[in-house]
Design a protein around this ligand. Structure first.
Ligand code: ZN
Length: 143
């Protein structure tokens, strides 16, 4: 196994061969854009990151945007490290399985009044025909 040094600052998740920075992660990376679409997160444009976040919180419409984004970014990061450190190709499917697993565990840490809403949102991702790669198969069959 060859361990890459990490000196290459180009995104390894897509074929754009562009600098890996936050703008690329949130707005132009094909791999990440697929994830944001799956999560129904529409990163709104704005003159600063503060405005972008404020607008995205409103458009997302649920009080757990930061938890979803944090878990999504964590698993994007792990997908990004796969080809660099373990010679494992990134894939949306493996990202989705890990993300859904970890996020479903998080619901046990929410206040009781929020669990139903969070569970409904998570279920909507799994049963949404627009996210047809999951379709009606359901979460348990992904694991
Ligand atoms: Zn990319």
């Amino acid at each position: 196994m060859t361990l890459k040094t990490g000196d290459d600052n180009h995104c390894v998740l897509c074929q754009l061969r562009v600098l890996e920075d936050w703008q690329h992660l949130f707005f132009s990376c094909v791999f990440s854009r697929r994830i944001w679409a799956f999560l129904q997160i529409d990163w709104c444009s704005g003159p600063s990151i503060d405005v972008v976040v404020q607008r995205t919180v409103i458009s997302f419409g649920h009080p757990f945007l930061f938890e979803v984004v944090a878990f999504a970014c964590w698993h994007i990061w792990k997908q990004r490290n796969g080809p660099i450190f373990a010679d494992v190709a990134p894939s949306f499917r493996s990202w989705r399985v890990a993300f859904v697993h970890d996020l479903s565990l998080l619901k046990h840490r929410f206040k009781p009044g929020l669990v139903t809403r969070f569970t409904a949102w998570l279920d909507s991702l799994l049963y949404d025909t627009c996210n047809s790669t999951v379709g009606l198969v359901g979460f348990n069959k992904l694991l």
